[in-house]
Design a protein. Structure first.
Length: 414
């Protein structure tokens, strides 16, 4: 009688990274640079399928963020590093600069606060009067503007793919189409369960975006927040309307919702789009009104944080829904900065879903949020809030995660 065939050994790695977006891949790349073994597990059949591959592809300067916070520190570093990475790997990018436009006198104090933040964060931002503003963007309307020369554009999907290829080149593994179904800590390692078998990691990093809170709970952590998905829809400009935009034109943001505000962007492909708005998505990966998952929607609506947020800001919410459903409403918002744009100039240009962490009291987590389980072998680090500007900041975020896990400090890529 033949002996039963031996089962293949369970794959092991020094670090397992859950999530094949740009933050997960930047983390894996930092790990691989140290000579440690690393495995990336991505549930979709391609990398960068969600936030990384569905955004406006802007390289953010770090202007907006509260001085001293992780977003400010990492975005400023990431802005320069993203440009350098694109140059080193011959990836499409351009440092265009951008205008932040005050469309009325009531916005001038907020614009002054942005200038103050920029100075505190080490971001150049020059105040312009109407004539100087129109020298940069002849068709823009406003009372004043900030010009931010370090802002740029790129293709984050291409950057993520390049990072994945570098991880493999440096001896790591990248698995797509491999969804994580559970995570179990043990004394000296972590078991990461997937439908096609377990993977063992001495340490694990979870960069799961829209599923980050679910996997944190699955691992026995209390995330303290819930991911509430907000869909942001983009409108493409006709060829004639695109001629009205030379680079990037942004509104002065409302401090209560810094991620809101329809901006016009000339992308790396030359096409111009405006957006995004922000409406509650009807599923975690709800990229249109037609994608509805009742259980996920009920989870968002029944969450105490969502209820508190809606009570406080329902007027904002209704306005965003109106702009989603009405091209006329959307164009009126755009016309505040670009009055020559017309309804017939707009066409749907895709959407992204923002994985926004919301606290039980309805407050939005405004900075990057990391939750750690344990230290040393058997540790898990959960990235629980990493929407924009996380793509810009991905390279320094990856190094910071490495340092949190291992204590090893890496410098930027040379």
């Amino acid at each position: 009688m033949n002996a039963p065939a031996a089962l293949p050994p369970t794959p092991r790695a020094d670090v397992v990274v859950v999530g094949g977006g740009i933050v997960g891949l930047a983390t894996a790349h930092a790990v691989a640079r140290t000579g440690r073994s690393v495995v990336v597990l991505e549930r979709e059949h391609r990398l960068a399928a969600h936030q990384t591959g569905n955004n406006s592809n802007v390289i953010h300067s770090g202007l907006y963020y509260a001085p001293g916070g992780a977003k400010a520190r990492l975005a400023v570093a990431g802005c320069a590093e993203t440009v350098a990475f694109c140059r080193a790997h011959d990836l499409p990018h351009e440092v265009t600069g951008k205008l932040v436009v005050a469309t009325g006198p009531e916005e001038l104090p907020r614009m002054a606060e942005l200038a103050r933040r920029g100075k505190a964060n080490g971001v150049e931002a020059r105040e312009l009067d109407q004539d100087a503003m129109r020298a940069h963007e002849p068709h823009v309307r406003g009372v004043a503007a900030l010009h931010v020369p370090s802002t740029g554009i790129c293709d984050y999907g291409r950057i993520a793919e390049t990072l994945g290829a570098l991880v493999v080149k440096e001896g790591g593994e990248v698995h797509t189409g491999r969804a994580v179904t559970g995570i179990a800590r043990r004394r000296a390692d972590v078991v990461v369960r997937t439908a096609t078998g377990d993977v063992l990691g001495r340490q694990v990093v979870v960069c799961a975006g829209l599923r980050a809170d679910e996997l944190a709970r699955a691992a026995g952590a209390d995330p303290g927040v819930r991911i509430v998905p907000f869909r942001g829809e983009y409108a493409g400009f006709s060829e004639s309307a695109a001629e009205l935009v030379k680079g990037l034109i942004y509104p002065v943001p409302d401090p209560a919702f810094p991620f809101l505000g329809v901006h016009a962007t000339r992308g790396i492909d030359g096409h111009v789009h405006a957006g995004p708005n922000a409406v509650l998505a009807l599923a975690r990966e709800g990229y249109s009104w037609g994608v509805v998952k009742p259980k996920e929607l009920l989870g968002s609506l029944a969450y105490t944080g969502t209820i508190a947020l809606a009570r406080k800001h329902w007027r904002y919410g209704l306005g965003e829904v109106h702009r989603s459903l009405s091209a006329k409403a959307m164009v009126r918002r755009i016309q505040r900065m670009l009055p020559e744009v017309r309804v017939e100039d707009l066409s749907p240009a895709g959407a992204g879903v923002r994985a926004q962490a919301v606290r039980p009291d309805g407050s939005l987590v405004d900075d990057f949020l990391f939750v750690e389980q344990g230290s040393g072998d058997g540790a898990i680090l959960h990235v629980l809030n990493a929407p924009s500007p996380a793509a810009t900041a991905a390279l320094p975020i990856g190094r910071e995660i490495l340092e949190r896990l291992t204590g090893e400090k890496l410098g930027p890529l040379s």
